[in-house]
Design a protein around this ligand. Sequence first.
Ligand code: FNR
Length: 382
Amino acid sequence: MTLTQCLTIADLKERARRRVPKMFFDYADSGAWTEGTYRANEEDFHKIKLRQRVLVDMTNRSLASEMIGERVSMPVALSPTGMTGMQYPEGEMLAAQVAEEFGVPFTLSTMSICSIEDVRSVTTKPFWFQLYVMQDKDFVYNLIDRAKAAGCSALVLTLDLQILGQRHKDLRNGLSAPPRFTPKHIWQMATRPAWCMGMLGTKRRTFGNIVGHAKGVTDLSSLSSWTAEQFDPQLSWKDVEWIRERWGGKLILKGILDEEDARMSLATGADAIIVSNHGGRQLDGAPSSISMLPRIVDAVGSKVEVHLDGGIRSGQDVLKALCLGAKGTHIGRPFLYGLGAGGKAGVRQTLEIIRRELDVTLALCGERDVKNLSRQNLHRDL
Ligand code: FNR
């Protein structure tokens, strides 16, 4: 299937599977342990049914909205994803450029291959930066300052990775950072010649935000032990305070899946929270994000902007999340599949597919503006 023949996110995923070395494709396409939560994230969207309306004026539709006060052409941001530059060379730089073209936010991960400065050098508008709080606080201060210096317009603070969940596929594939070069891995790469050529053509093949910045991390082997030990298991609500102070700008808390945590987040003064279970990559057995969204919106939606990520695979899913009270949505794997399927053009394809599906669904639900969507657009009983 050529890129232009890809009509759905599922098509892009299949094309990516054939173009990205298995260990990196699986890294994107995996969840923790049984992958039950990962599957539920996608499946629960299908349980929600839309109200079809007829004979209403469907002209002049608008998908434009605002997320944390920033104007967006549709309320869909690109999620922070680690090692994106391994799906496609310089993946973070390319995805950030496409997000800018589309007028949607791009979020750069702490664990990205391209650095904050790399992404800054190819974009003209501010992007968002995602922070993992590491035990080495000097490194964290420095990251916050670098994000500020690059003009990032929001800090996305991830709360649900105090310790790493476990993904069987990654263990079986022997995925490591940096990658190992066993015969199996070399074979996986050699059978993806376009990917290999691209990787040979770039110098960005390691964690750009870390190597050369974190104390003692000067090369690939010191990086490996550093990342394994650095996530902070003692991260607490108190830490959110000093992070917010040091950052001084818009703050988004990512990884809230419980009403109680949502209420506690209010005291931090964050601008938004993202209802998320890390795409089913952390606590397997947790409920899907979409199933928790209505309760969290009911608990705190009048006091803080609520966003959602996890399991969005179409514009219809975006619309369902908006109906259930999300002010914005975020997509991870859909844009990674696009990237793997065709680099920059593939990410464009991802966003175009989602935009088209959102637009048509909006119309067929009898609405003209995404900002007017509500639970009224859904069937209450199945
Ligand atoms: C992630 N996610 C993630 N989140 C984060 O805060 N920092 C990170 O570095 C990463 N890395 C990462 C890598 C990969 C390969 C995936 C798939 C996900 C989680 C991500 O931001 C988001 O929460 C989920 O991807 C949303 O679910 P979907 O859209 O992938 O179903």
